[in-house]
Design a protein around this ligand. Structure first.
Ligand code: ZN
Ligand code: ZN
Length: 377
């Protein structure tokens, strides 16, 4: 087992680094170690994965707080398995063109270059329950997505004749300007302002899509919920995002958010719940059965003589692991339930109990006396 390096150390930033510092460090390191730039270099690949993981954790405020508190021994564990990044693959184009933005919700500014003309990525958020995650259900999501306009085939023009070569750039999409800098002639290449880099202009726009080349269409997406899906997992479907004239369609991301469960909190593969029980049940022990997320009943055996804020561990009844076999655990936190109203019979019973249990009256009197002394001084 190799000792894991500190995430701040990996990114070469201090513990109080701002989001901007993290972003900057990540960007430069990710470029440096990117596998496309360092083919067949296992060391770089390792570094690249480390950098990705460190940034993913530190750029998420919740995970960063947890990491600051617990380090690598965070109770929910690392969100990344040994294989590196979950769900999304990052390629070098994404890193430079800005396609990466959508993965970490808009972290890089700047536009794409006209060289890699690409439609916008689309993000759809969908809520699922713990039960659905457990059963790895196949779900249908209805969404309005941009698709190529049928009337013009995505060209944006009323008829094929209406697409004409841009005269400003002679269909090149780019214009070259020359500037003299001292003894040098500098060439500046930029997008043609008249055709926006497309090299073509439209004389009469398509009526159905108003020249954009795409229309919104209702679509039904079918996805199978991946095993052990964690809150906010994003699934990518390449080329299903916004189409663009003369370019590559963007990608579609489906983000699976978990609906809060009435009594379970989720911590990675583990489930945690607070169980309010009465004093007699704590003293005498009890068995409680609850419908569980796995469709079976969950039996909680509270042993006699339990105390409030003690926890009971039920192994192997948590959520399935993202990778590999097995399930996390269920932790039950015992809480004392005190009724707000009691009847006469209950009062009598309780009063007779106080004699048996013997309140620490001496200690109480002592603390009252000390409190009074303090107030006097
Ligand atoms: Zn042009
Ligand atoms: Zn059209």
């Amino acid at each position: 087992m190799v000792e894991k390096r500190d995430y701040y150390e990996v990114l070469g930033v201090s513990k109080d680094a701002s989001d901007g510092d993290l972003k900057k460090a990540f960007r430069s390191l990710a470029r440096k170690y990117h596998p496309d730039k360092n083919p067949d270099d296992p060391e770089s690949e390792k570094m690249f994965k480390e950098v990705q993981e460190a940034y993913a954790v530190l750029s998420n405020p919740d995970q960063r707080r947890q990491y600051d508190m617990f380090g690598h021994d965070s109770p929910s564990g690392s969100p990344f398995g040994p294989g590196g990044f979950e769900g999304v693959n990052i390629n070098l184009d994404d890193l430079f063109s800005g396609g990466f933005e959508s993965i970490f919700s808009g972290m890089f500014g700047g536009g794409r270059s006209s060289r890699a003309r690409r439609g916008n990525d689309v993000l759809i958020r969908h809520s699922i329950t713990l039960e659905q995650i457990f059963s790895e259900e196949e779900i249908e999501i209805n969404a309005k997505l941009s698709a190529n306009c049928d009337s013009c085939g995505g060209s944006g023009a009323e008829s094929p004749d209406d697409v004409q070569k841009c005269s400003t750039c002679d269909g090149q999409g780019r214009i070259v300007q020359q500037a003299r800098v001292g003894p040098f002639v500098q060439q500046v290449v930029s997008d043609c302002p008249d055709c926006g880099g497309r090299g073509k202009v439209i004389r009469n726009r398509c009526k159905d899509c108003k020249g954009s080349g795409s229309v919104e269409k209702e679509k039904t997406l079918r996805i199978k919920i991946p095993k052990g899906t964690e809150d906010g997992l994003r699934l990518r479907q390449r080329g299903m995002g916004q189409p663009i004239v003369n370019g590559q369609s963007g990608d579609l991301y489906i983000q699976l958010d978990t609906t809060p469960h009435p009594w379970f909190e989720r911590d990675g593969p583990d489930l945690i719940m607070a169980l309010p029980i009465g004093f007699p049940e704590m003293m005498l022990g009890t068995r409680i059965e609850l419908p569980h997320v796995d469709g079976e009943m969950l039996t909680i055996d509270v042993p006699k003589g339990s105390k409030p804020s003690e926890t009971l561990l039920i192994r192997g009844r948590g959520m399935p692991y993202r990778r590999g076999r097995g399930r996390g655990d269920v932790t039950v936190l015992l809480k004392l339930h005190v009724p707000s109203k009691i009847d006469k019979k209950m009062r009598n019973t309780l009063e007779s109990m106080t004699e048996k249990f013997g309140l620490p009256t001496d200690a109480i009197e002592e603390s009252v006396r000390r409190e009074a002394d303090n107030r006097r001084n």
